[in-house]
Design a binder for this molecule. Structure first.
Ligand SMILES: Cc1cc2nc3c(=O)[nH]c(=O)nc-3n(C[C@H](O)[C@H](O)[C@H](O)COP(=O)(O)O)c2cc1C
Length: 217
């Protein structure tokens, strides 16, 4: 598949067939993704291929309440957990999540961590949450998903476990000074989503300054 087509059609896939994904295929995805860029080429990633169903179930149990409150916050019309105007919902109901309910049978579950000693936090001085550090780990995660798409697999990058990192750390053996960046689910897609809903370039691009006129060719 051509790179442009892959970029434009790699949607989040959360339902998978029963087809197993061999370890060799998982290794291949990681072998592709290791070419991702990172600040200073420090490659801060660490990956746990989580097969143990007890650990998987524990991960799902930790993620479910995060999902519940995510949905309750969404219902308030805000971006859940945003650092500017997040709100604590009055009521949090159980929100079924098929991915978590069936975590034992997801073909591949990857926990991706980042070694904070190998990440230069260029915007770490400000009175707001730092953002740039993620740029040394999420291109790697995204490359896993792009490689998966190219190879007939599909998946989704999730961060709900990161919300409960301290609770998940012992189960995953998260090393000291590491952050839990993402949990990636992968498998053979039941449906291949090819039409992605994304805002057009004109909606987010301006000339010279962010308050400049809309950039048009
Ligand atoms: C940084 C990041 C965090 C995400 N966290 C979650 C998550 O916790 N749970 C989940 O189901 N999907 C998660 N997603 C997947 C997004 O919901 C998905 O990429 C987005 O809705 C676009 O979906 P589409 O490609 O199918 O259009 C995350 C994606 C990114 C890039």
């Amino acid at each position: 598949m051509e790179i442009i087509s892959t970029l434009r059609t790699t949607g989040a896939t959360r339902t998978y067939t029963d087809d197993p994904v061999p370890d060799a295929a998982v290794h291949q995805l990681l072998d592709d993704a290791r070419f991702a860029p990172s600040g200073g080429n420090r490659q801060p990633w660490k990956v746990a291929v989580v097969k143990d169903v007890t650990i998987r179930r524990r991960m799902a149990e930790l993620m479910q309440p995060v999902w519940d409150t995510y949905m309750a916050r969404s219902a308030l019309g805000i971006t859940p957990f945003n650092s500017v105007d997040d709100q604590e919902p009055a009521d949090v109901a159980h929100s079924p999540n098929a991915l978590l309910d069936g975590i034992e049978s997801v073909p591949v579950v990857l926990a991706v961590a980042a070694d904070l000693r190998r990440i230069a936090l260029m915007d770490g001085l400000f009175d707001r949450p730092a953002l740039t550090g993620g740029a040394s780990i999420y291109p790697f995660c995204w490359s896993i998903l792009l490689s998966a798409r190219e190879r007939g697999l599909g998946g989704v990058m999730t961060t709900f476990l990161s919300r409960v990192e301290p609770a998940a750390a012992p189960d995953l053996g998260l090393p000291e000074h590491h952050a839990l960046a993402a949990t990636i689910f992968l498998g053979v897609p039941v449906h291949q989503v090819t039409k992605l809903r994304r805002a057009p370039v004109e909606s987010f691009t301006t000339l010279d300054r962010f308050d400049g006129p809309t950039f048009t060719p």
